[in-house]
Design a protein around this ligand. Structure first.
Ligand code: ZN
Length: 100
């Protein structure tokens, strides 16, 4: 049981490391650091929040600066953003999803 868990964790760390060095897929589900809104963006290195207008860089000093999941298509990114927003809204009465 422990071994299986550790293997999964290691795979996740490796994925994070490779993402830091490589180009991301064009569509990203991101969470604004300032207001917490989840939205889909095509920004390559940063995005401007559609809710509060704050610009957040994805990476700072070689580390992740915002929560982000990248996808090759808009549909996949949007599905993840919806799922993510629902997950977040379980702990909060406000919807986190930013509508188009
Ligand atoms: Zn924001």
């Amino acid at each position: 049981m422990d071994l299986v868990f550790q293997k999964g964790k290691k795979d996740e760390e490796q994925r994070d490391r490779s993402l830091l060095g490589e180009k991301l897929y064009p569509y990203k589900a991101v969470m604004c650091r300032n207001c917490g809104r989840i939205q889909v963006t095509r920004g390559e290195e940063m995005f401007r929040c559609r809710n509060c207008g704050k610009v957040c860089r994805y990476r700072k000093y070689g580390k992740w600066n915002v929560k982000l999941k990248d996808f090759p298509t808009f549909e996949e990114a949007m599905m993840e953003a919806k799922r993510w927003a629902m997950e977040e809204s379980k702990n909060n009465s406000d919807s986190y999803l930013m509508k188009e």
